[in-house]
Design a protein around this ligand. Structure first.
Ligand code: NAD
Ligand code: LMR
Length: 332
């Protein structure tokens, strides 16, 4: 029997990530090839005409899974009945800007949209915040939508996770699909800590640790980390716009694994509400290694953290605590 359509909200849908993301959702990349969807697309009035153009293209593409499109500048209409909300709308970072520069513009948007989601989304709606500063926007959304379970509010660090997989695959000249269990700890910013200490590669002789195969601690401790940390800025420098196709694809990966589950023996990175695991302060949205089953994520427990890693986990936590304080000062 055909499944009932799922309503999926994309905010900022007339922007560049939105333009890459909505066709992926309509093709089943996010929720599966047998899951019909109704797309809810929100943008602001100056982008209304462009948003309508995206709607026209969705109709023209005749996606079999797409059972309806709501294109609106009304946040209540946009949020009504949605089971998945991908929050992309906001003010993007331009060349030379740090994430903190865009903080005040974005946290007030996320405070307002929190209330709309809380009142109008479906019960148990899963929320993914993409717009920067992603962790702190998600935290503000969580704080101002107290009736949404905190486990349902997450932010995107899967792009950083995928970037780390990509760097290892290029370095070792192996298929990216054979690399697994890298970790992004902390903030989606240049203080994030991409960690390969528990990562492995599938080889004809079985799974081998990335550290053994790379055999160059210097690269792993320096260029690998900075390349992943700075990849967003490098893309802005090259394209003059921030990453879009990789962000959209990673957003689909994040929701797909959350809803449908992670493969056995594999974890992914998600920005989630910290419960104090790994001595990360509770009350931050922090990227952890997680596995997902039955629509719920769980932080992978018991991984060893060496001294080098400990410092990096603490540094990015410190930045998130500062961002949290700054966000509150912007709102007061
Ligand atoms: P963009 O400027 O092309 O699009 C943003 C869209 O949001 C625009 O259409 C704008 O009109 C809309 N918008 C602004 N305020 C809004 C509001 N209140 N409600 C609804 N829509 C609103 O930007 P983009 O390149 O698509 O990037 C979007 C965000 O994603 C940026 O904050 C960017 O920094 C961030 N980003 C995050 C990641 C990540 O991995 N977490 C990766 C890439 C980009
Ligand atoms: C990215 O990681 O590509 C983006 O977050 C960069 C940005 O600041 O928009």
């Amino acid at each position: 029997m055909a499944k009932e359509p799922v309503r999926v909200l994309v905010t900022g849908a007339a922007g560049q990530i939105g333009y890459a993301l909505v066709p992926m959702i309509a093709r089943g990349v996010m929720l599966g090839p047998d899951q019909p969807v109704i797309l809810h697309m929100l943008d602001i009035p100056p982008a209304a005409e462009a948003l309508n153009g995206v709607k026209m293209e969705l109709v023209d593409a005749a996606f079999p899974l797409l059972k309806g499109v709501v294109a609106t500048t009304d946040v209540v209409e946009a949020c009504s009945g949605v089971s998945v909300a991908v929050m992309v709308g906001g003010f993007p970072r331009k060349e030379g800007m740090e994430r903190k520069d865009v903080m005040s513009k974005n946290v007030s948007i996320y405070k307002a949209q929190a209330s709309a989601l809380e009142k109008h989304a479906a019960t148990n709606c899963k929320v993914l915040v993409v717009a920067n500063p992603a962790n702190t926007n998600a935290l503000i959304l969580k704080e101002f939508a107290p009736s949404i379970p905190e486990k349902n509010i997450t932010c995107l660090t899967r792009l950083d996770h995928n970037r780390a997989l990509g760097q290892v695959s290029e370095r070792l000249n192996v298929q990216v699909s054979d690399v697994k269990n890298v970790i992004i700890w902390g903030n989606h910013s240049s203080t994030q800590y991409p960690d390969v200490n528990h990562a492995s590669v599938k080889t004809p002789a079985g799974e081998k640790p990335v550290r053994t195969l790379v055999a160059d601690d210097q690269w792993l401790h320096t260029d690998f980390i900075t390349t992943v940390q700075q990849r967003g800025a490098a893309i802005i420098k090259a394209r003059k716009f921030s990453s879009a196709l990789s962000a959209a694809s990673s957003a689909c990966d994040h929701i797909r694994d959350w809803v449908l589950g992670t493969p056995e023996g594999t974890w992914v990175s998600m920005g989630v509400y910290s419960d104090g695991s790994y001595n990360v302060p509770a009350g931050l949205i922090y990227s952890f290694p997680v596995t997902c089953k039955n629509g719920e994520w769980s932080i992978v427990q018991g991984l060893s953290i060496d001294e080098f890693s400990r410092k990096k986990l603490d540094l990015t936590a410190q930045e998130l605590s500062e961002e949290k304080a700054l966000a509150y000062s912007c709102l007061s």
